[in-house]
Design a protein. Structure first.
Length: 452
């Protein structure tokens, strides 16, 4: 401020020397204004100084308060640490006293927990738990298995009753009404027969108890017929009657595995398109064989009847037609007659052998189709290995099944076709043999007549 005032005074002096006396009044006014500003600024500085001193006193008070609180907390922490150490010693002492007081009760505590833990799984999954009134037995066992203190007398009695109930009910065959969950959704009330703790049956099916949802439900697939028959016999039996029954000791586990086995129909459909083609070949060959067998049997019967009456040949059988040709050519020489009879036999042979060669071809084609199905199945298997790797064998099971099933189907189809082909061919050869035999006899008889 002093430099400013000096600058103003110097400027006023310079102005006074440059201007006339009339400007003196303005300089006096400026001087008065500068003095007033100096006084105002001094007052403002004093006011700021007072405010700073007041704020400094408040901050000092807060600092003193914070330091006192820190000291108190440190003292409290030391006190709590000493108390914690003392409590730790007290707990160790009390635990020792508790262990000494329990004596052999500690062993009983372990036995009870172990027994409850071992039993809870079997009782929860037991078929007895599916019967109304027996489904809440696992709650007590769960509490005892997780208990942190000695069980009371009542809890020990409840454990005893739970174990005794399981053993007692395992020896009973009981019928009761209960809701049975359906595989397609919903539930139906049925009369269920429980065979001990092993199996549940209703009407014509075996049931299982699903402990996850607490419901009785059917098997995924119906059991075999002879199993179901024994179940029906048991339900229809009167009290005290002894009936045979297939018991699954695994509580339905073996039955579930048994129902997952592929049936004959499932195996057949695993063959896919090659399997269906093999089936068509088999039935076509059997149809042709049946037709050929019927034809040859009919022809053989008619020829046997014709042999009994050779003087009256008939056109409804091959032998009759050959005899007719002989009667029409009795006057010819032996050589011409032999040629005509041979021609007649050759004309009859295709009709007698009709379809036999087709059966032979189909019998040869069936294994080739099975081999084709095997190749297709292996190609699909390698494609699946390329896409998904070998981590999951189930992905390749379908293609491998197709490869094996089609091979078996081809062999199975070929065996009966070969068998019926041999039968039909033998029948046809027997007919042709009779024709050749009768033709040779006719020629020999005709030759003797010519010599005579």
């Amino acid at each position: 401020m002093k430099q400013v005032l000096n600058s103003l005074v110097l400027a006023a002096a310079l102005v006074a020397t440059s201007f006339n006396v009339s400007a003196a009044g303005e300089l006096d006014t400026l001087l008065e204004q500068v003095k007033k500003d100096r006084i105002s600024e001094g007052q403002l500085n004093k006011k700021r100084e007072k405010e700073f001193l007041a704020a400094k006193a408040d901050k000092q008070a807060l600092l003193n308060k914070a330091q006192k609180e820190l000291k108190d907390e440190k003292a409290r922490g030391d006190r709590l640490q000493k108390q914690y150490a003392q409590n730790d010693l007290t707990l160790i002492k009390r635990a020792t006293e508790l262990k000494n007081a329990q004596g052999t009760l500690g062993e009983m505590f372990g036995v009870v927990r172990r027994a409850a833990s071992n039993t809870i799984g079997s009782i929860t999954a037991s078929n007895i738990s599916g019967q109304p009134g027996y489904g809440d037995r696992s709650a007590l066992l769960a509490e005892l298995a997780e208990a942190k203190k000695l069980p009371t007398t009542k809890e020990l009695e409840d454990l005893w009753i739970a174990l005794q109930t399981e053993m007692t009910e395992s020896a009973k065959v009981v019928a009761f009404d209960v809701e049975v969950a359906q595989l397609e959704g919903g539930s139906v009330t049925k009369k269920v027969t429980r065979v001990g703790s092993f199996n549940l049956i209703a009407e014509d099916e075996y049931l299982i108890y699903n402990s996850d949802v607490g419901k009785i439900q059917p098997l995924g697939k119906a059991a075999d017929g002879y199993y179901v028959s024994s179940a029906n016999a048991l339900q229809e039996a009167s009290a005290g009657e002894l009936v045979p029954f297939y018991v699954d000791p695994s509580r339905g586990g073996i039955l579930r595995l048994n129902t997952q086995r592929a049936t004959l129909s499932d195996r057949y459909h695993q063959g896919g398109t090659p399997g269906y083609v093999i089936t068509v070949v088999l039935f076509l060959g059997l149809f042709i064989a049946a037709f050929s067998l019927y034809t040859t049997l009919t022809e053989s019967t008619k020829m046997k009847a014709q042999l009994k009456d050779t003087d009256n040949p008939s056109d409804d059988n091959a032998l009759g037609r050959i005899l007719k040709i002989y009667q029409e050519n009795k006057t010819t020489d032996v050589e011409n007659l032999e040629l005509k009879l041979d021609e007649a036999i050759l004309r009859e042979t295709p009709r007698i052998d009709r379809g036999i060669n087709t059966i032979k071809i189909l019998a040869a084609v069936a294994p080739l189709l099975g081999l084709l199905g095997t190749v297709i199945g292996m190609i699909e298997t390698f494609q699946q290995i390329t896409l998904f790797g070998t981590g999951d064998p189930k992905l390749m099971a379908g293609s491998i099944s197709m490869a094996l099933v089609t091979t078996a189907m081809g062999i199975i189809a070929a065996l009966p076709l070969i068998f019926v082909h041999s039968i039909v061919a033998a029948r046809a050869k027997s007919i042709i043999h009779v024709l050749d035999e009768q033709s040779a006899g006719i020629i020999a008889s005709h030759a003797e007549k010519e010599k005579a």
